[in-house]
Design a protein around this ligand. Structure first.
Ligand SMILES: *[C@@H]1O[C@H](CO)[C@@H](O)[C@H](O)[C@H]1NC(C)=O
Ligand SMILES: *[C@@H]1O[C@H](CO)[C@@H](O)[C@H](O)[C@H]1NC(C)=O
Ligand SMILES: *[C@@H]1O[C@H](CO)[C@@H](O)[C@H](O)[C@H]1NC(C)=O
Ligand SMILES: *[C@@H]1O[C@H](CO)[C@@H](O)[C@H](O)[C@H]1NC(C)=O
Ligand SMILES: *[C@@H]1O[C@H](CO)[C@@H](O)[C@H](O)[C@H]1NC(C)=O
Ligand SMILES: [Fe+2]
Length: 439
């Protein structure tokens, strides 16, 4: 009887026993992800701990003696701006002199806790035909494409992933716990291939602080805008949000524009363009789209396309800048749909020819890919798209891109709704690049 009595006593205590959170090892690394700093043979590993620890990565070529090499980095304290002012340490370690051709295995952390073991393929001069998955608008809730991306990443067919803005929905929510959970969810892809990002409108809260603190993109702009080279491509990532959140500093818009101009001039120097003929941009909000919402891209005077004249001085848009500098391909998201455009400039179509519109196109090609999956579901299309709209889909999914060589780029849209079927694909073929290619 005594035992039964004791059991009842324990049962009655049960509600009291579960009121506190389970114990957490605050020195355990989590949210591991990679990014490419743009220097061949190097890779940045970024992760989070909730107490201060060392920042170490131990690694070795696949098949060699484990963890023969090690590299040290540093951590920054990120204090979220929510009511709890939650603290976390963001660790960054750069690996360099990685040998081409072999995979590496690694773990990260410190003597106070190590992550699981992951692997990656270094990016370097041997990455001549790089393959990418690209998408925007992937959230914690309803992340429909994530499973397919996990499997594709782990089969080793991707060199990098481009996430074109809008993460987690939203990283700052629940005192940034939503951000933590998102970064844990994408570890299954982002710990294996460089996860290259740009900010979207869902990152805006507290002046993009979750975005700026959690990612480690190249350059000195806190991941807001930067460029990098891979194989025959120069890839430019930018913030379209500087056109909309003027309260965080109108000067950011002008600073980015000046940076873009200089970067494009540099990328167009004959020796640069000879080495990397393809110039590809990625930014969250498109300048064209045929969705039926009232977003910027549905208007003729899109801020992104034409700039703003309600600022002092007026803010230039991006269409002319990109056209004049011979940008080949512009990747966007934000609309929760997929849309491919015929080559377009100034609201007019400039096909290479009617039979082969993407062979020697006379204007940049735009792809909008914002249907990876999030709690806002997918968007609807306007029933009467303009002439520049070539293909549209409201299926969940993402895009494959391969920069095959100097003349050929492949793009294909993977529908997750249709079990991975490629529902749209094109080859962009260019014998000539740069502004002169339009003439
Ligand atoms: C470790 O982190 C927890 C959670 O943020 C915090 O409560 C605790 O004070 C930290 N301990 C040290 C030694 O910093
Ligand atoms: C927002 O962040 C950017 C990037 O760090 C900074 O340049 C800008 O001054 C910040 N704006 C405000 C209002 O704090
Ligand atoms: C200013 O921009 C608005 C909308 O972007 C446009 O309708 C208007 O024509 C422009 N005004 C001038 C003077 O350019
Ligand atoms: C561009 O090419 C496509 C495909 O051949 C065609 O349907 C479309 O009408 C062309 N547009 C123009 C303006 O020539
Ligand atoms: C570039 O790739 C395309 C598509 O695979 C191929 O047809 C073409 O011959 C390649 N060009 C060169 C110079 O290798
Ligand atoms: Fe968005």
């Amino acid at each position: 009887m005594a035992t039964l009595h004791a059991a009842y006593a324990l049962l009655s205590l049960a509600p009291l026993l579960v009121v506190s959170d389970p114990p957490v090892v605050y020195t355990q690394p989590e949210q591991v992800h990679l990014s490419y700093p743009g220097v061949p043979g190097s890779m940045v590993v970024t992760w989070t701990t909730f107490n201060s620890t060392d920042s170490l990565v131990e690694y070795s070529p696949w098949g060699g003696r484990l963890f023969d090499e090690s590299a040290q980095g540093s951590a920054t304290l990120f204090v979220d701006s929510g009511s709890e002012k939650r603290k976390m340490y963001i660790h960054r370690v750069t690996l360099s002199d990685l040998k081409p051709g072999s995979r590496y295995v690694y773990h990260c952390g410190s003597e106070m806790g190590w992550s699981d073991m992951f692997w990656f393929k270094p990016l370097d001069h041997t990455s001549t035909s790089p393959s990418f998955a690209l998408y925007g608008d992937l959230g914690n809730e309803n992340p429909q494409s994530l499973a397919r991306l996990q499997k594709e990443t782990q089969t080793g067919i991707l060199d990098a992933i481009l996430h074109i803005g809008d993460f987690a929905y939203d990283m700052h929510e629940d005192n940034a716990r939503v951000g933590d959970e998102f970064m844990r969810q994408i570890q299954s892809i982002a710990a294996y291939v460089p996860y290259m990002t740009c900010p979207g409108n869902h990152e805006a809260t507290y002046n993009f602080s979750n975005y700026r603190n959690r990612f480690s993109m190249p350059g000195q702009s806190e991941s807001l805008w930067y460029s990098w080279n891979i194989g025959p491509a120069h890839i430019i990532s930018l913030s379209t949000e500087v056109y909309f959140y003027l309260e965080y500093g109108q000067e950011l818009l002008f600073r980015q524009y000046e940076w873009l101009k200089r970067d494009l001039e540099e990328a167009n120097k004959p020796e640069s363009r000879a080495a990397r003929p393809w110039i590809i941009t990625m930014g969250h909000r498109p300048m064209y789209c045929s969705d039926d919402d009232q977003d910027d891209c549905t208007t003729f005077d899109s801020f992104i396309r034409r700039g703003r004249n309600d600022t002092k001085p007026p803010a230039p848009g991006l269409e002319d800048l990109f056209y004049l500098h011979g940008v080949d391909l512009e990747l966007w998201a934000h609309e929760h749909t997929y849309e491919r455009l015929w080559p377009v400039y100034g609201d007019k179509v400039y096909n290479g020819s009617t039979e082969d519109p993407y062979t020697n196109p006379k204007a940049p090609v735009h792809i909008i890919t914002g249907s990876a999956g999030c709690r806002e579901r997918t968007d609807k299309f306007n029933p009467n798209p303009k002439d520049w709209s070539a293909f549209r889909s409201t299926d969940y999914g993402y895009t494959h891109m391969q920069v095959v060589n100097r003349t050929h780029v492949y793009l294909g849209q993977v529908s997750d709704d249709q079990s991975g079927k490629v529902i749209d694909s094109i080859w962009i073929v260019k014998e000539k690049h740069g502004y002169d290619a339009w003439l």
